[in-house]
Structure formats: C-alpha cells, structure tokens
Design a binder for this molecule. Structure first.
Ligand code: SF4
Length: 218
C-alpha cells in the first residue's frame, strides 16, 4: 500500500507541513455537530468564505436540527442561495428530517449513518466525523488530492485511492491534522493553477517540483 513512498520520507513531509502551517484548522464556522453537518454540506463546490457568510443568518433562524427539519426547502433556499445549487436547500432540510426521524435528533457519529443522509458523501462524512466528533478520518477534497499527489504522499488517480494511500502512510493520530495541513498548503501555497514553488518550504521534498526541475535540466 505504501510502496510509492517510504515512511521516513512521508514523515519528513508531514513534519515540514506541520512547521509550515502550525495554525491549520477548519476554516468553516460551526459550534456543534448540527452546524458542522450543515456547514459542511453547504461547502461542497462552494467556498468556506461563502458558507461562513450564509450560516450566521441560517443558524440564527434555524438554531437546531429540529427547527431546520420543520422548515421547507423554499423557506431555506434564500439563506443558502449564495452557496450554489438549490439542491443544497433540499438536502439540508431532508437530512435534518432524517436526523430527527431516524436518529433521535442526534447527528450520527459513524460513517454508515452519515452517508445515508441525502447529500452526504464519503468526504462530507469524513469532515463531520473529524471536526464534530474527533474521529480519525482522512477527508480528501480537491486540495488534499492535488497537494498530496504533487508532494508524493500519494500516487493515485482518484480520491478514493488517495484516501487509502494517505491512511496507510500517515499515522492515524495525525489524519485529522494532516487533512488541515494539506488544505492550508493547497489554498495558500500549492495552488491549483500556479503553485508558488519559489515560496514553498517543501520543495526539496516535493516529487512534482523535483520532476519539473529535472525536465528543465536544473
Ligand atoms: S514545491 Fe510546488 S508543487 Fe511542490 S508542494 Fe510546494 S508549491 Fe506544491
């Protein structure tokens, strides 16, 4: 499982990421499992900044999962319109109803029940598990996928494979922190279109950078 990278090299990358981003933490705002679930659902294909603008009014007027379950998608949509698709309003209402009807009003703390909620895939479930319950989980979003594969922590074609490889190479106690380190590095340094390699403190460890240098004959 870890043949693409040796453990010592992976440990060096993780240590360098930790040094580069000591303040890495969730950038979505939430205060309890209900808010974590809803904010994470809204963040899919949106930005944390957009979601953080929308959720204060949403959570003010629908402060509990019971309140959101009693609403209609039409009532909720104006609050979350800025986060993208209308289907998100439908999903957060239906998911809240399911939490109330099937799970006693408690957001579930296991992946199977979380992914049974409408609009909750594996990545969203992993984020909720990690951020709301402290359960070790490796959520692979676009930043984690890109950065881990550039660095060489993973050598994968898709997010599922990346998740498996990262879980194999990163000690379980570091999964949640590594998720945030990789996201912060992707947002601030290892950007999708133009990675800021010249400012990156990991370039001597980075597979992608070494390859680019070799191609350039440096
Ligand atoms: S050296 Fe460049 S490609 Fe590698 S992690 Fe840093 S920014 Fe990303």
């Amino acid at each position: 499982m870890t043949e693409h990278i040796d453990r010592l090299h992976a440990d060096k990358i993780l240590a360098a990421l930790a040094l580069a981003h000591p303040d890495a933490r969730p950038e979505l705002n939430f205060t309890n499992p209900y808010e974590t679930l809803i904010a994470t659902m809204l963040s899919a294909q949106s930005t944390d900044v957009q979601v953080n603008k929308a959720t204060p009014a949403l959570f003010r007027d629908y402060p509990t999962v019971q309140a959101l379950a009693a609403a209609t998608p039409e009532e909720v949509y104006p609050y979350v319109r800025s986060c993208g698709f209308a289907s998100k309003a439908v999903n957060i209402v239906l998911a809240s109803r399911q939490v109330v009807d099937e799970f006693g009003g408690q957001v579930p703390d296991d992946r199977e029940r979380l992914t049974s909620l409408p609009g909750v895939g594996r990545k969203t479930a992993n984020v909720v598990l990690a951020n709301a319950f402290g359960v070790p989980a490796m959520a692979v979003d676009t930043h984690v996928f890109r950065v881990s594969n550039r660095l060489g922590l993973a050598d994968a074609k898709n997010v599922e494979q990346t998740e498996r490889q990262l879980m194999a190479v990163i000690p379980e106690e570091n999964w949640n922190r590594a998720h945030h380190w990789l996201i912060w590095h992707g947002r601030r340094v290892c950007k999708a279109q133009r990675p800021l390699c010249g400012q990156c403190t990991l370039r001597d460890l980075c597979k992608w950078y070494q390859k680019e240098q070799a191609i350039a004959g440096k």
